[in-house]
Design a protein around this ligand. Structure first.
Ligand code: SF4
Length: 338
């Protein structure tokens, strides 16, 4: 008789703690076969793996430095001109406006600042791109200990090289979902291969990569597992995961929200597949997880975006800091610091 209280799939996955990589087959079996009280055992394992391989807790804040009027057709996005979302639109912000925003989060203790623009990206360093470079120089001069992260879309090698010369520490380029499903689930106006090429260029010029995606688009568990393994293969330093907030006017406006349990399970699986990487929860933390944010923090993540998102509001930085401090009693093991 088997008296082991752990589900055999979870018992098998404990080998991740000994440094054994989990197979796609096991990860998918866990995704499809673990439910109910077994899910808490999975979450506990993910937290143990996180504490062993990625103990530091990080935070970052972002600014939407150019909003809307994007010619791409990403189905989830409020900023695509292909959808009628009524979002506020504006061109690249003046450097002073960005400096002021960075100063505010710096004053609240955040040391990673993300500069994000809407749009497909840049082939050439035009006047708008030069404004971005000037802004990065000013940010670095004023806050030299702030990590500068940028998210500007698909870039040419010329533009990537310039970012490397203008103090960029990390680049965000999300693959969004399983690469094989990109055309169905995300967009048809650009390809996943173009995004992967930008990630390769970042590596070439010594810029760290932040590459993740969005959950709740209508993807299957197999798609989520495939995204986790694609990210392992690309070998990026950080993975941000968002949960879809269905936005009126987008093709996904009627998409059923993911349950908090499914979100926590997905984070736990991403942690088992990528034991030592930074795993960050971005949009959807407050709106989808609601009262379950504490469980989420024990599901293997070690990084939070704080102070709001691109097109939606989030919790205040001070509130997230107090939340992280209280979670220390559960062995989360860290405050919101870089
Ligand atoms: S995700 Fe980026 S590229 Fe896609 S529609 Fe939105 S702003 Fe444009």
């Amino acid at each position: 008789m088997n008296n082991d209280p752990l589900h055999p799939l979870i018992r098998n996955a404990y080998s991740v703690l000994d440094g054994q990589p989990i197979s796609r087959e096991t990860a998918l079996a866990i995704a499809e076969g673990i439910h109910g009280s077994d899910l808490l055992d999975l979450i506990s394992l993910a937290n143990k793996v996180r504490l062993k391989f990625a103990p530091a807790v990080h935070s970052c804040s972002i600014i939407n430095a150019k909003s809307g009027k994007c010619r791409e057709n990403c189905k989830f996005c409020a900023q695509s001109a292909a959808h009628c979302t009524g979002i506020e639109t504006y061109p690249v912000l003046a450097p002073e406006t960005v400096l002021e925003a960075a100063g505010k989060v710096y004053g609240e203790g955040v040391r990673t600042f993300g500069y994000v623009t809407s749009g497909r990206g840049w082939d050439k360093p035009d006047a708008e791109f030069r404004t971005i470079l000037d802004t990065l120089d000013l940010l670095h001069a004023k806050y030299p200990d702030m990590h500068l992260c940028v998210s500007l879309g698909i870039l040419s090698e010329e533009c990537v090289k310039l970012l490397a010369e203008h103090h960029v520490w990390r680049y965000n380029m999300n693959i969004q979902t399983s690469p094989a499903r990109y055309g169905d689930l995300i967009a048809t106006t650009h390809t996943i291969e173009q995004k992967l090429e930008t990630i390769r260029l970042m590596k070439k010029y010594g810029i760290s990569n932040c590459t993740g995606g969005i959950l709740g688009l209508g993807e299957t568990w197999a798609d989520r597992v495939d995204m986790a393994f694609a990210i392992r293969e690309i070998d990026v330093e950080a993975t941000p995961l968002n949960v879809l907030l269905p936005i009126p006017g987008t093709p996904l406006e009627h998409q059923k929200p993911m349950s908090p349990a499914a979100v926590a399970k997905t984070f736990a699986i991403f942690r088992l597949v990528n034991p030592a990487k930074t795993l960050k929860f971005c949009a959807g933390r407050e709106t989808v997880m609601k009262d379950f944010q504490g469980i989420l923090m024990l599901s293997g993540l070690n990084s939070l975006m704080t102070g709001g998102y691109l097109t939606t509001r989030g919790r205040a930085i001070a509130q997230d800091r107090a939340f992280a401090a209280e979670l220390e009693d559960f062995g989360v093991g860290g405050t919101l610091d870089d």
